[in-house]
Design a protein around this ligand. Sequence first.
Ligand code: AG3
Length: 276
Amino acid sequence: MVAFTEWYEGGYGVTFRIKRRILEKHSKFQKIEVYETDGFGKMLVIDGAIQFIEKWERMYHEILVHPVMLAHPNPRNVLIIGGGDGGALREVLLHDTVEKAKVVEIDKDVVDVAREYTPIDNGAFDSERSELIIDDGIKFVKSSKEKYDVIIVDSTDPKGPAEELFNVPFYKDCYRILNDKGLMVTQSGGAYFDRRISIMVWKNMREVFDKVHPFFFSVIGYAPCWGFSVGVKGDIDFLKIDKKRGEKLKTEYYDPKYHERMLFLPRNLREMIENL
Ligand code: AG3
């Protein structure tokens, strides 16, 4: 029996039984692998880090996308940084308010591999409302003249090409290119393993945004309690969503009925965050 394990610092491992490795490719930026798991469909791995497993990817993409999309009163123009697999784009396009959603992915090979082996975009890349731009997200936001309602950062962890997406200069650019009312969300590492990533994101985002809300969700494939961090610009209450739009959404994991409960934290995390 063959297994794939991703190790976190301290020796915590996430393991899947696998049938075979379907692909190994060294792109210009990173090593991309696709595995066939024993029971959960295909798995995309970048530089040894599990990006998603087909059976469970909605746990991540729904939770990354819908809280901010529903907390914004009318998200029309959306920017996704990273997200070359199209999972986040697919969820964004479920919102009828969206006129345009741009995906800015640095590595064209991620898009090509995902479209061929794990097409979780479900046709989203072919939508007239979507646009795919192969470019460095850092450069893109720095030079952008256009403004957005929501920015979604769906990146790998801060080693390799995504490193700068976790730093203050990038957050400042995001803040600048948000409309007067806007929201940004980013994945921010595990709450217990790789916690330094979460802490770095909160500290850096707090320097820039008017309000920052960390929250956690269990995502099968990642370490327990995966972090998501929302930055608010202007007068938006992240705790309140448009319930009407929420009721229409077809989701498996994100539940608009209990949106506020997304912010539930285990006590030690709440205390740690308050005392940062
Ligand atoms: N974005 C990456 C989540 C981080 C995973 N980290 C890890 N396994 N150490 C997911 C890309 C899916 N669109």
